[in-house]
Design a protein around this ligand. Structure first.
Ligand code: GLN
Length: 494
């Protein structure tokens, strides 16, 4: 049951082959049995999930089902959910019970989906390995000694281990695509402004964007459908029609112009990954697409630009955690200043403090022009590169990550090496474009991801391109042996 696609679950529910309560219980049982080895979940929501599943069964019986009615899923623990612990992976919010629902949470409730629990993540979404979580690291189901990627490592691992059919996630610099790549699943970061950020705990507000994770592009299309909406409560939400993301999945790719950026294949990329990505590109040619060499000359500046802008925004966003209104407060403060300082000292982990220090520095008088303003200017150059490329091509394709999943601790002592994990994903956030990652190969059983990048609001096209690839190959059907996929675990594909 845990290998079914969303459409298959939905069909099973409507035909009465099983109830929402049964499939929800099935996933909850798996979580209780297996999650001690993965640590994908911070909070398990058995009681509310089963109550919601009962409601869903009534709705289905009454013939009022939506595509997600009764479908279990997991939320990244960055989304505020009313009455539910919402930690953002931080000690600062260890005991925070949200008084309201994020728009994404409200949208999924409205759609009738069943939330199994809240997933683990790097603290305040800062990281690429889920090792910075206050709640312990998450294991990659393909090899329990390696990281699942981050910051949405809990959501990615949950889907890969078949502890949830689909999950929400967020991506500020790569946090949907990189863990999707490392865990062998499909994930989509939508256009900036497509999904409401209201109630999603802010990291770098000009780049944060929520999106779906699933086993396939088809599942991601269904989840995105429910997540996306215009929201007047988010001033950066864009009032742009939400198309039917499932409608064009099967459109032929004949004549599709696929841009291949030469900068994405230069030094730093594992040659075995380059080979797998080239195989995937050849598959696109077979599907009728044309490959076109393009250049994104400023993409090499994306990581340094991001690591000025994202910490700057984070330092401002995280100033609200002062121990006064909510969040961690230190014991017995001697005065107000002591309370502020010790609450933040105790509540935040090392990486979060590093970002606050960098951000405060680059925004301070005397350095603002040299760093922050300069980075904003480079951000524009990076966006201009994409605009120029998209005059010649319809989508851009390349690797998602420079390597497959790495061992725990391999990059924790060297922040810059960790930051380079996002070398191919970050420019997409700086430009506000939609991007996705889908499995396109394996190296020694570890998954490799292919990244597809689209024009603003071209989610339908990249989903279509991903779906057609998944119709022609079966990388996305492979599950880790851990998930006990009897048919195809660890097999070859294509
Ligand atoms: N790895 C990047 C960072 O640490 C991106 C994180 C994200 O997308 N949330 O900032």
């Amino acid at each position: 049951m845990h290998n079914l696609s969303v459409a298959q679950i939905s069909q099973g529910l409507s035909k009465g082959e099983f109830s929402s309560v049964e499939i929800t219980q099935h996933f909850l049982d798996r979580i209780h049995q297996l999650d001690s080895s993965i640590n994908a979940y911070i909070t398990k929501l058995d009681e509310s999930a089963l109550a919601a599943a009962q409601q869903a069964d009534k709705q289905i019986a009454a013939g009022q089902a939506n595509p997600l009615t009764g479908i279990p899923f997991a939320h990244k623990d960055i989304f505020c959910a009313q009455g539910v612990k919402t930690t953002c992976g931080s000690r600062m919010l260890e005991n925070f019970i949200s008084p309201y629902d994020a728009t994404v949470v409200a949208n999924l409730k409205q759609a009738g989906a069943i939330c199994l629990g809240k997933t683990n993540m790097d603290e305040f979404a800062m990281g690429s390995s889920t090792e910075t979580s206050y709640f312990g690291k998450t294991m990659n189901p393909w090899d329990l000694e390696t990281v699942p990627g981050g910051s949405s490592g809990g959501s990615a691992a949950a889907v890969a281990a078949r502890l949830a059919p689909i999950a929400t996630a967020t991506d500020t610099g790569g946090s949907i695509r990189q863990p999707a790549s490392l865990c062998g699943i499909t994930g989509l970061k939508p256009t900036y402004g497509r999904v409401s950020r209201w109630g999603m705990i802010a990291f770098a507000s000009s780049m944060d964007q929520a999106g779906p994770m699933g086993k396939s592009a088809e599942d991601c299309a269904l989840l995105l459908q429910a997540m996306a909406s215009f929201d007047s409560k988010d001033s950066t939400s864009i009032d742009h029609l939400v198309p039917d993301y499932s409608a064009n999945l099967n459109a032929p790719l004949e004549g599709l112009r696929v841009g291949v950026p030469k900068e994405f294949f230069e030094q730093g990329l594992d040659p075995q990954i380059a080979a797998q990505v080239h195989n995937a590109l050849a598959e696109y040619e077979k599907l009728g697409a044309t490959l076109i060499d393009i250049e994104l000359p400023n993409s090499k500046l994306a990581v340094p630009t991001y690591y000025v802008l994202a910490p700057a925004e984070a330092s401002a966003n995280l100033s609200r955690f002062d121990g006064v209104r909510y969040g961690h407060r230190c014991e017995n403060p001697s005065d107000l200043m002591d309370m502020y300082c010790r609450s933040r000292e105790e509540g935040f982990g090392e990486e979060v403090k590093r970002r606050i220090m960098i951000g405060t520095y680059v925004l301070s008088a005397g350095y603002y022009d040299a760093y922050f303003r300069k980075a904003q200017q480079v951000r524009r150059l990076i966006k201009n590169d994409f605009d120029r490329a998209f005059e010649k091509v319809d989508i851009i394709a390349g690797p998602t990550c420079p390597s497959t999943a790495f061992k725990f601790g391999a990059k924790t002592d060297n922040p810059v090496e960790m930051y380079l994990e996002d070398i191919y994903t970050i420019s997409v956030n700086l430009a506000g474009l939609p991007g996705m990652s889908l499995p396109c190969g394996q190296i020694d059983v570890m998954p490799v991801g292919l990244q597809l990048i689209g024009k603003h609001f071209d989610e339908s096209l990249i989903l279509n391109a991903a779906h057609m690839f998944q119709q022609a190959t079966d990388w996305h059907t492979l599950a880790p042996a851990f998930a006990d996929n009897t048919s195809e675990a660890n097999g070859g594909a294509s």
